[in-house]
Design a protein around this ligand. Structure first.
Ligand SMILES: Nc1nc2c(ncn2[C@@H]2O[C@H](COP(=O)(O)OP(=O)(O)OP(=O)(O)O)[C@@H](O)[C@H]2O)c(=O)[nH]1
Ligand SMILES: [Mg+2]
Length: 319
């Protein structure tokens, strides 16, 4: 099975295979992915997060259009474990990305329907590689930041952008600390509403970031202001991302980040595969419920039950 990635339709069909719940479809998608791997890895992968209503869709429409005007080809993917394919939010997104969704040089794909975050993330990672193989040189991955989704998206991109609201600067407690730790840049969005408030928020976040140890010693995450609605600040924001690309390429940390991401992904897939095989093992299934209940009641130590189940699965205990 192969797909014509030179057309948006072919790319969309390949991604539909990735997103399918059927195992034979997923296998087809993986085999095809393996055959195009040499065409992947050449894009800039940018993650974008922010609370609902911060203006992500509006920002991506304006920012993506700026990039396609410069001659880039832009793909937009999303990680939203709560999304339902038939839900209204996707229709809403298409209208909020009015320019980009009809742009010949752009490809906009809503989040795969939510089951687990891990499942959605796997599909988005594979889709990202297909977009690269199809020649998109900038991939924007949006996430709404439910649960651990920011960390997951930060773990699949070269640059992670956090959008903030101008009025939220007074209340740093409201911000998940984890998101600041993975941010490569903070942009205070909607600066057009109140420039003074946006500048105050900017200082606030600059102070907050000063306290944190930067994840990359060659990069201190800057805090900028912008407006997706007016387009103000977007060209400068792009300049800053390019500066990050140059610096991290020269220092080698970009390649290292990607290598680490691929290895963690592999480990995650191995863990998922092992857990699935364990749960499906007929002898494990026969004993699991009984042992769980005995452990719950305190009749058997957890360690003994785990050893028994692992032995049934074929894993020898170490003593
Ligand atoms: N004044 C102003 N309004 C904006 C800006 N960006 C977005 N908005 C408005 O804010 C609202 C939310 O914008 P969206 O782009 O849908 O925000 P979002 O982050 O994608 O929201 P979710 O998809 O619900 O997570 C809309 O009414 C936009 O018109 C901006 O830069 N300035
Ligand atoms: Mg949106």
């Amino acid at each position: 099975m192969s797909f014509d990635l030179t057309s948006r339709r072919g790319l969309a069909r390949a991604i539909t295979r990735v997103e399918s719940r059927r195992e034979d479809h997923q296998k087809e998608a993986r085999d095809f992915l393996a055959s195009v791997m040499s065409d992947t890895g050449k894009s800039q992968r940018i993650g974008i997060t922010g609370v609902p209503g911060v203006g992500k869709s509006t920002f991506i429409d304006a920012f993506g259009s700026l990039l396609t005007e410069m001659g880039h080809r832009v793909a937009v993917l999303a990680v939203d474990p709560t999304s339902q394919r038939s839900g209204g939010s996707i229709l809403g997104d298409k209208t909020r990305m009015a320019r980009l969704s009809v742009d010949e040089k752009a490809f906009v794909r809503p989040s795969p329907a939510g089951d687990t975050l891990g499942g959605v993330a796997r599909k988005t990672r594979e889709s990202l590689l297909f977009c690269e193989a199809a020649g998109y040189d900038i991939i924007l991955v949006e996430t709404v930041g439910v649960g651990q989704s920011e960390t997951v998206v930060a773990g699949m991109v070269d640059f992670f952008l956090v959008l903030m609201l101008p009025n939220a600067g007074d209340d740093l407690q409201g911000i998940k600390k984890g998101v600041l730790e993975v941010a490569d840049m903070i942009a205070v969005n909607k600066a057009d509403i109140d420039e003074g408030a946006a500048k105050r928020a900017q200082r606030h976040y600059q102070n907050a970031l000063h306290i944190l140890e930067p994840a990359d010693e060659n990069w201190s995450p800057p805090v900028v202001t912008c407006s997706g609605a007016t387009g103000d600040g977007l060209a400068e924001l792009w300049e800053t991302i390019q500066l990050h690309t140059r610096k991290t390429s020269e220092s080698g940390s970009r390649d290292k980040r990607r290598a680490d991401q691929q290895i963690s992904w592999m480990n995650e897939l191995i863990q998922d595969g092992l857990m699935a095989a364990f749960r499906l093992h007929p002898d494990v299934q026969a004993r699991l419920a009984g042992l769980k209940s005995a452990v719950g009641k305190g009749d058997i130590p957890a360690s003994v039950a785990a050893d028994q189940l692992l032995a049934i699965f074929g894993v020898k205990s170490f003593d």
